[in-house]
Design a protein around this ligand. Structure first.
Ligand code: BGC
Length: 427
C-alpha cells in the first residue's frame, strides 16, 4: 500500500488491489477468447495502454478511455474494482530502443502536457468515475533509460542523451504524477525497470536518486506516488525457486556466473522488496507498495528445471537451476519459450501490492522485420531472431520469435506459446 501520509492523498486505501476485482478489458478479452483454449484466461484483468493521443478517444473505432471507464463501472457493480492504465506517450519515447518509438518528438513536452496528460486527467476526474480505483503505470522504461543509457556507459544512445539533456522525460513524469496524483481515486505507480536492468548497486543507487528527484520537482510530491512497478512487459521471473544470489559453489559466489554477472538480485520479488526499502529511505512514503508484472514471466513447460543444477561449477549450477530460459537476461523482445506467469493476485507478499498483468499477453513487443506504420514504431533488431545481438545482450542471439507484428499488435503464435508454457500451468 502507500500514500497514507497526508497532503493530497485524501481517503485513498492503502492497497487499491485488496478487496477489489480487476477490470477485464473487453478488447483484449475478445482476442484471448478467440484463440484455442484462450477462454481459460480471457477473464483476467489486463492493463489498458494509452499509447498515443488518439487512444484517449479510441483508435480506429476501438474503445477510448471513457468507454473503458463506463464498462468498468458496469463490471464494478456495488463492489470495488481496479482499472489499470498505462501512461505511455512521453516525448522521444523509448530512447534506447526502436520498437516503441512513439508519436511525439523529443521537444514535444507541451503537446504531451496539453494534448495527452490534461485530457486524461480531465476524464479521470469526472465525478462519475470517483468510485473506481484507478491504478496508473507511469511511463515504462523512461527514467531507467535516463539512469543507464544517457551517458558514460557502453549502452548510451544519442536519443537518451537528448532526453536527459532536454529534461523532457523528467518534466513529463513529474507533470503526470502531479496532475494524476491530484485525483483522489488515482494510484500512481512509477516504472522501475527490472532486476536485470537496475539490479546492480551501481545502477540502483542512481535510479533511486532519479526517482526521488522526479517525484519532488516540477510540482510533484512523494504523496503523488502510491508505489512502483517492476518487470513491466519484461520476462524476468518473480522467483527463481532453485537458487539464491547468496549461494556458492566450491567457494565461489553465483554472482560470478555468466548469467548473474555480478547482479545483486536474481529475480523480481527480491529486487522489488529491496528497492522498496531504498525508496522509503530516500523519502518515499513508508507505506509504498510494489507491483510486479507477471504476465509473461512464468517459464513453465517441458524446459523448466525441476531442481537445482549440478555443483560442478557456478555456471553449470546457475544454468541448470534457472527457470528463466532466456539466452541472456538483456533479451526483451517476444521471448521464445516464455509462459504466462502468476495470475493477477492482490497482496501476494509483504510490500507487494499485487501481481498484475500489465503487458497484455499476446500483444507483440515489436516486429521481427521492418513494417511501415503510422504509429511511430521503428524496427529494433532485438526483435529479429536472426540478429546476433549487441553490447546490451552480450552479443548473443535475441531469442525473439519470428513473424512478429508491430509492437502492441496481436501475435497469435506468441499467445499460444505463452499459454502452453504457463506457470502455474493452465487447467
Ligand atoms: C507498444 C504499445 C502497446 C503496448 C501493449 C508497447 O510495446 O508500443 O503500442 O500498446 O506495448 O501491448
Amino acid at each position: 500500500g502507500g500514500g497514507t501520509g497526508g497532503g493530497g492523498t485524501g481517503n485513498r486505501v492503502d492497497n487499491p488491489y485488496v478487496g477489489a476485482k480487476g477490470y477485464v478489458n473487453p478488447e483484449w478479452s475478445a482476442h484471448a477468447a478467440a484463440e484455442p483454449g484462450g477462454s481459460r484466461i480471457a477473464d483476467q484483468s489486463t492493463a489498458v495502454w494509452l499509447d498515443r493521443i488518439a487512444a484517449i478517444n479510441g483508435v480506429n473505432g476501438g474503445m477510448g478511455l471513457r468507454a473503458h471507464l463506463d464498462e468498468a463501472l458496469k463490471q464494478k457493480g456495488s463492489g470495488d474494482l481496479v482499472v489499470q492504465l498505462v501512461i505511455y506517450d512521453l516525448p522521444g519515447r523509448d530512447c534506447a530502443a526502436l520498437a516503441s518509438n512513439g508519436e511525439l518528438g523529443p521537444d514535444d513536452i507541451d503537446k504531451y502536457k496539453s494534448q495527452y496528460i490534461d485530457p486524461i486527467a480531465a476524464i479521470l476526474s469526472d465525478a462519475k468515475y470517483a468510485g473506481l480505483r484507478i491504478a496508473t503505470v507511469i511511463e515504462p522504461d523512461s527514467l531507467p533509460n535516463l539512469v543507464t543509457n544517457a551517458g558514460g556507459t557502453n549502452s548510451t544512445t544519442a536519443a537518451c542523451v537528448t532526453m536527459k539533456s532536454n529534461g523532457n522525460y523528467e518534466k513529463g513524469v513529474s507533470y503526470a504524477l502531479d496532475k494524476l496524483g491530484a485525483i483522489l481515486n488515482v494510484y500512481n505507480y512509477i516504472d522501475a525497470g527490472h532486476h536485470g536492468w537496475l539490479g546492480w548497486d551501481s545502477n540502483l543507487g542512481p535510479a533511486v536518486q532519479e526517482f526521488a528527484k522526479v517525484a519532488t520537482t516540477n510540482g510533484a510530491s512523494v504523496n503523488d506516488v502510491t508505489g512502483f512497478i517492476v518487470n513491466t512487459a519484461n520476462y524476468s521471473p518473480t522467483k527463481e525457486p532453485n537458487f539464491k544470489v547468496t549461494d556458492t559453489v566450491n567457494g565461489q559466489t553465483v554472482r560470478q556466473s555468466k548469467w548473474v554477472d555480478w547482479n545483486q538480485y536474481v529475480d523480481e520479488q527480491s529486487y522489488a522488496v529491496a528497492l522498496r526499502d531504498k525508496l522509503v529511505a530516500a523519502g518515499f512514503d513508508s507505506g509504498l507498495g510494489m507491483l510486479i508484472d507477471t504476465s509473461r514471466n512464468g517459464w513453465g513447460g517441458s524446459a523448466r528445471p525441476t531442481g537445482p543444477g549440478p555443483l560442478t561449477s557456478v555456471d553449470d549450477y546457475v544454468n541448470g537451476s534457472r527457470v528463466d530460459r532466456r539466452i541472456h537476461a538483456g533479451n526483451w523482445c517476444n521471448q521464445s519459450g516464455a509462459g504466462l506467469g502468476a495470475r493477477p493476485t492482490a497482496a501476494p507478499a509483504a510490500g507487494i501490492d499485487a501481481y498484475v498483468w500489465v503487458k497484455p499477453p499476446g500483444e507483440s513487443d515489436g516486429s521481427s522485420s521492418a513494417v511501415s506504420n503510422d504509429e511511430g514504431k521503428g524496427f529494433d533488431r532485438m526483435c529479429d531472431p536472426t540478429y546476433g545481438g549487441n553490447v546490451l545482450n552480450g552479443n548473443n542471439p535475441t531469442g525473439a520469435l519470428s513473424n512478429a507484428p508491430l509492437a502492441g499488435h496481436w501475435f497469435s503464435a506468441q499467445f499460444r506459446q505463452l499459454m502452453q508454457n504457463a506457470y502455474p500451468p493452465l487447467p
